[in-house]
Design a protein around this ligand. Sequence first.
Ligand code: PEP
Ligand code: MN
Length: 356
Amino acid sequence: MELESILLPGIPVQRPLVIAGPCSAETEEQVLLTAKALAAGGIKMFRAGVWKPRTKPGGFEGVGSQGLKWLKRVKQETGMYTLTEVATAKHADEALKQGIDTLWIGARTTTNPFAVQEIAEALRGVDIPVLVKNPVNPDLELWVGALERLNNVGLKRIGAIHRGFSSYNKKVVYRNSPHWNIPIELKRRYPQLPVISDPSHIGGRRDLIYLLAQQAMDMNFDGLMIEAHPDPENAWSDAAQQLTPDGLREVLLALVIRNGAVSDEKLSELRQQIDDLDSQMLELLARRMQVSQEIGIFKKEHGLTVVQNSRYNEILMKRMAQAREMGIRPEFVRMLLEAIHDESVRQQVEMMNRKE
Ligand code: PEP
Ligand code: MN
């Protein structure tokens, strides 16, 4: 992907890029009140949703196009840049017509390639930054696919928003599990792509925002999108997760932004140790695979099946108990062993069915 900066004129190149504003534009007064308080606190990018994708009908579905005019006023009266969510080509056309500065595609829309393509076509030939939220399901390729669809119509100023992934079990701590490895892999593949974290939608609760934002900063993400509302408890959407403008200011002030250079000697030495350990692990893995191949030959000669459940179970139980004693999380060791076992089985099956 050919990428260019998403930063608009006057926005400093520094971490974090902060985008703040209410989940939804509710009334003209609420929008302007929030915007003025945020602008006074130094915020330069103002978000508000006017079309709200709701899981079920009957809830507040946004004020629609009239909200764009309120955003226009925000821009005129505070000088802040404005952002809104678009889910259809029509939304994109209207937002462009009203001079919205940056668009974002919501998590539910990112899951739908037809919708993303339609929005992309509506933006063909337009030079506007567009941010793409991760899809609701933990599917990196779908996220990348949406970014590519935008890039393919010539949009270069694109970025990603990490807002967490939904799961069936709603009792977990977070509203949407972070699965940090997914945005980290995205960043590994596209180092130039800005990744903005949305701790409001990950946490789903005000009190979790600070810690999640700090984590995102420690993972070297580029920005934060945080919901703010003058009266969060009575917000028309996402009431549990919005901060007051003052609350947001406190969160931002408390963040520790680590921007040290990576040339430190001690760090290089520790990294050398990691490199050595990793290569030892790989050598061990290769040896393990060789032994597993020999077992495969034995199984073939003796008419045994590749998978022997009792043996696999024994391995898992033993290693997890051992891990616990060594202070390593057993669940982590289970995942690791599952991956190793999976590869062993694949190799043995392939070998057994090879025509000599
Ligand atoms: C939002 O930003 O208010 C929103 C609807 O978010 P998401 O698409 O991440 O659910
Ligand atoms: Mn919201």
